[in-house]
Design a protein around this ligand. Structure first.
Ligand SMILES: N[C@@H](CCC[C@H](N)C(=O)O)C(=O)O
Length: 285
């Protein structure tokens, strides 16, 4: 039986959708890594497996390209919601979608489902929720050493873990230099996503991101929520900001209870049918 995946991207953060209802191969750490390999596979920042049916709500499993499972992905859930519409799984304009990092609420803002608003869940700065080692506390502006340098880090969970570092200037080179050490630093038992953040004014911030299990990416939806939350918590911005990333921007709003709403676009790229030899290789992994 042929294996077919759909390629989408959200602001250059590219995902493959693998629908288990239409394909018989079971995904595992090894075949996910092989599919996401940019030289020897299709290449992607992750795989969205679903819809996983049966439960009350539809569910999606989010794979990182290193074969680990991520709790949540902001670009991932927008992309997956677009797929659910494209493949006629949903007709409603508004519904709940389950991720391993908690429930999100999807709202389509246009007919084709390419512009979406998502209620992403609630931000927590508590060390046990993120997690960060040490006594229970909010992890705000703590000195952390990544490589040989000290950084003021604020950490937060939105269903997946983030470490946000405010800076005067940000760049791809800098986030890669930090991310190489921060991702697996001893502070973070479940590893971490790293964002360096530049605040332009109370309504605009920019981030560069180094993702857990993926490395440098052009945009990160949960990273945008995390950075907006940190900027607001530290009094550097208001509760409603545009988060600018190399791949494009997202609008983020935070309510009085730290619930986060994300609005942005996604784009359908292609349906891909795998060659028989590559399919065979994957089945044997
Ligand atoms: N691209 C994402 C985040 C994906 C998950 C992340 N790598 C993790 O392991 O937590 C996004 O758009 O949020």
């Amino acid at each position: 039986m042929k294996i077919q995946l759909e390629r989408y991207h959200g602001l250059g953060n590219d995902y493959l959708v693998y629908d288990p209802n239409k394909n018989e191969m079971e995904l595992n750490k090894r075949n996910v890594k092989a599919l996401c390999n940019r030289n020897m596979g299709l290449g992607a920042d992750g795989i969205l497996e679903g819809p996983l049916l049966g439960a009350k709500q539809m569910a999606v499993r989010i794979w990182n390209p290193d074969g680990s499972i991520a709790g949540k992905s902001g670009n991932g859930v927008r992309i997956f919601a677009k797929y659910l519409k494209d493949a006629d799984y949903v007709q409603k304009k508004n519904y709940l979608l389950k991720t391993d990092g908690g429930m999100v609420e999807i709202t389509y803002l246009n007919e084709v489902g390419s512009r979406l608003r998502v209620s992403m869940g609630t931000l927590s700065f508590l060390s046990n929720d993120i997690p960060v080692i040490g006594e229970q506390r909010e992890v705000i502006n703590e000195d952390m050493v990544f490589g040989k340098n000290l950084y003021p880090a604020t950490c937060v969970s939105i269903g997946n873990p983030h470490c946000v570092i405010p800076m005067k200037e940000i760049s791809r080179e800098l986030v890669c230099k930090i991310g190489e050490y921060s991702e697996c630093a001893r502070y973070f038992p479940e590893r971490i996503n790293t964002e360096i953040m530049q605040v332009t004014d109370s309504e605009n911030i920019s981030i560069e991101t180094y993702e857990r299990g993926a490395g440098y990416t052009m945009a990160n939806g949960t990273g945008a929520c995390a950075a907006a939350g940190v900027a607001y918590k530290l009094g550097l911005s208001g509760s409603k900001v545009v988060v600018h990333m190399p791949g494009g921007s997202l609008q983020i709003e935070i309510d009085d209870n730290w619930k986060v709403y994300m609005t942005g676009e996604v784009f359908y790229v292609a349906a891909i049918v795998l060659g028989s030899e590559f399919s065979e290789q994957l089945r044997n992994l």
